[in-house]
Design a protein around this ligand. Structure first.
Ligand SMILES: NC(=O)c1ccc[n+]([C@@H]2O[C@H](COP(=O)([O-])OP(=O)(O)OC[C@H]3O[C@@H](n4cnc5c(N)ncnc54)[C@H](O)[C@@H]3O)[C@@H](O)[C@H]2O)c1
Length: 282
């Protein structure tokens, strides 16, 4: 993997414009709070309009410059509109956090086509649409820019459980690696980061709240199961013991400042990555 030698530290943060998808809740909300605390302008994108408006009002009350754009990241036209609205409102974009994500769980062979379309649509196509809409604009702009793609520790390991989610997050990791190398080869002033957290206390276990009508399963096939990470079935308790979104946002902010590509928030999970790599090499 190539390392870009240019300096990407964001010195004058009040001039920085950050776009965050999945901003209304959890990690996205944490990023919005962290970035505005630095004086950055933020563009908040999500499908959940009420919490999005509430967050915008909270941030504006603290003096932040905020734009909200209702965006379904699985829809290329809506992400293109997000990029246009960002440039229209603030004239530039410096940080893109492709963060929106959902999960649904059952054995891989039991998943409906709708399950695959929904989860890959948000988690993988959402990032693809973000890259296609924003990278050309960042390149034309020429300023130092950062793209933070939210994957997961499940984008770095195998094992049972979370099949579609893992496919999507492995896709996000390799897409980020490829993007980073290609931008470095081009000498572009854009740095890429991939966020790979373990459990974070968010609304992710309630992902079905945002599942579109067109991609619902028939009622009789709906057997909701909670995600399993690292083989544990006690997912809710594990999530409650996870990091806060604010802690994750701090990791992201530091990675942007320090030029870190892989953002690990749970160092204890590195053993799982080593174990998988050892199995592959054996
Ligand atoms: N919570 C965890 O333990 C954890 C761990 C690793 C990775 N992640 C990843 O972090 C990211 C953020 O999730 P979170 O944990 O904060 O969950 P969350 O449910 O609190 O937030 C996700 C946000 O994405 C939004 N969203 C859903 N579908 C969307 C769509 N089609 N278009 C735009 N926005 C949409 C939701 O409305 C919500 O506001 C996801 O990519 C998730 O996979 C979470």
């Amino acid at each position: 993997m190539q390392v870009c030698e240019a300096s990407f530290g964001l010195q004058a943060t009040p001039k920085v414009v950050a776009v965050i998808t999945g901003a209304a809740s959890g990690i996205g909300r944490g990023l919005a709070e962290r970035f505005t605390a630095e004086g950055m302008k933020v563009v908040l994108a999500d499908v959940e309009e009420e919490p999005l408006a509430k967050l915008a009002a909270d941030l504006k009350a603290k003096g932040a410059a905020v734009l909200t754009v209702r965006t379904d990241v699985s829809n290329a036209t809506e992400v293109e509109n997000l990029a246009e609205r960002t440039l229209d409102a603030f004239g530039a974009v410096h940080i893109l956090c492709n963060n929106a994500g959902v999960v649904c769980s059952r054995p891989v062979w039991e998943h409906s086509l709708a399950d695959w379309e929904w989860v890959l649509g948000v988690n993988l196509w959402g990032v693809i649409h973000g890259i296609r809409a924003f990278v050309p604009r960042m390149l034309a702009q020429g300023d130092a820019c950062h793209i933070v793609n939210t994957a997961s520790i499940l984008g770095l390991v195998g094992g049972s459980g979370e099949g579609i989610y893992k496919v999507s997050k492995h896709g996000v990791v390799v897409l980020s690696e490829t993007l980073a190398d290609e931008l470095a080869q081009k000498g572009a002033n854009i740095q890429v980061h991939v966020l790979c957290p373990g459990w974070v206390r968010t609304g992710i276990l309630e992902s079905a709240r945002n599942r579109p009508d067109a991609l619902q399963n028939p009622a009789e096939t709906e057997h909701p199961q909670e995600p399993i990470i690292g083989g544990s079935r006690n997912t809710r308790a594990e999530m409650e013991a996870g990091l806060s979104p604010a802690e994750v946002a701090e990791h992201v902010y530091n990675a942007i400042q320090n030029g870190t590509f892989y953002i690990h928030t749970h160092p204890e999970h590195k053993a799982w990555i080593r174990e998988r790599m050892a199995r592959i090499l054996e």
